[in-house]
Design a protein. Structure first.
Length: 402
């Protein structure tokens, strides 16, 4: 079933960093991370490439670092995409069964799924991912409609569309390095693949990836992806708030965010000040630590409340029994789990990579979840290749629970 030793690479071109993860598939389908490479991202804003020349150099650096660590040559990658152009929706497609005996074929099921993918797809957009949720035959639930008898088959599918030109820009950056793009994958889905167990997907779980320029989220229940989305706000916006509120240059605001920042205001910080050195012989200045923490709290609270509002109509706030899992750089902020617990009223945890082997410092880093999730995505896609022909996207939901 598997080609032992087959290499799969995930590449995330994010707002704050570019990350490449090299994984190897074992004989039983197990995945081992062999190497990670990363570089500071300089040409990306809100998850989308704005300066391809700078991004070229950053991708080259991350790929070279991953190659050195894994001692391999990278020839192809699975590429994460995110940004304001991503559209996520639940859709349904219907296929009538015109034959005399009304027997539903595999082709009929594929047609229903195909019809669902096209619903609501704007001009200039393409399907990035689609995950089958449920089937109905003559309005009755059916786990597998093939060979069932009915007048119509309906597929309910979660579809993720992306702007074709923006995805093409990211592809071109990679291909200029003579590296092929196997497939573009929604980053929020990739992160969830990395950090959720089959039991958590079945019980109900939310994954929130708090990135530099965007916040991606995904909700699973019953082993199936029920909803996902992207917010065009992330850690960079917290830095901007601090720079404006404390009258600091952006680099210094980023530095104190990492050093003193919290998602909740620490009562002990009342009256506390922090001295900042000044260049060019200027007198040092002080900042109010309580004020700094309050600025961060307000922005992070806003982000998490928007996610909760987006997920509420899909039942996540009552059905995510396994809880909410935080990943991305924002998961490192002090007290972020306590803040999220106040908002979601669910168990909260920092996400860790599941069912993948590799260095502990790599698997335990929440910032690597997307790149490693891309490797898992690629491994599952490889799993489907030797079997009888079937639309990978239509069966992704069943694979996710394995």
């Amino acid at each position: 079933m598997f080609n032992p030793g087959h290499l799969i690479v995930g590449l995330e071109i994010g707002t704050s960093k570019v990350c490449a993860a090299v994984g190897e598939i074992g004989s039983r389908g197990e995945v081992t991370v062999l190497g990670i490479g990363q570089a500071r991202s300089r040409g990306v804003r809100k998850g989308e490439i704005t300066d391809a020349t700078k991004t070229d150099d950053d991708v080259r650096q991350a790929v070279a670092e991953a190659e050195d660590m894994a001692n391999v040559e990278i020839q192809s990658v699975y590429l994460a995409v995110t940004g304001t152009h991503i559209r996520c929706q639940n859709s349904k497609g219907v296929q009538p069964i015109p034959t005399v005996d009304r027997t539903i074929t595999r082709e009929d099921v594929q047609a229903a799924i195909h019809n669902a993918k096209l619903v609501g797809c704007p001009n200039g957009f393409e399907v990035v991912d689609s995950v089958r949720q449920d089937f109905l035959v003559d309005d009755r639930p059916c786990d597998n409609p093939v060979d069932a008898v009915g007048a119509r088959v309906e597929a309910r599918v979660h579809v993720i569309h992306g702007n074709t030109n923006r995805i093409a820009t990211a592809r071109r950056v990679v291909e200029k390095l003579e590296i092929a793009v196997e497939k573009a994958v929604f980053g929020g889905l990739a992160s969830a693949l990395a950090v959720l167990t089959p039991e958590q997907k079945e019980q109900g779980a939310v994954v929130i990836d708090l990135g530099g320029g965007t916040t991606d989220y995904a909700f699973f229940h019953g082993g199936v992806l029920r909803h996902s989305g992207v917010l065009a706000v992330g850690g960079d916006h917290v830095t901007n708030d601090l720079a404006n509120g404390l009258k600091l240059p952006l680099p210094q605001a980023e530095e104190i965010k990492l050093k003193l920042g919290r998602a909740l205001v620490d009562p002990a910080s009342k009256g506390e000040v922090h001295t900042l050195p000044r260049d060019n012989g200027l007198q040092p200045r002080t900042i109010n630590v309580e004020h700094l923490q309050r600025i961060m709290h307000l922005r992070l609270e806003e982000i998490l409340r928007i996610v909760a509002t987006e997920l509420a109509p899909h039942g996540a706030l009552v059905s995510a029994g396994a809880g909410v899992f935080l990943c991305g750089g924002g998961a490192r902020v002090n007290d972020i789990e306590r803040l999220a617990e106040e908002i979601f009223q669910l168990p909260i945890g920092r996400a860790h990579v599941q069912n993948v082997s590799g260095p502990a410092d790599v698997l335990g880093n929440p910032e690597f979840a997307t790149a490693i999730g891309l490797v898992r995505y690629g491994a599952m896609r490889e799993q489907r290749k030797p079997k009888r022909r079937w639309d990978f996207a239509s069966t992704l939901s069943s694979i996710l629970s394995r």
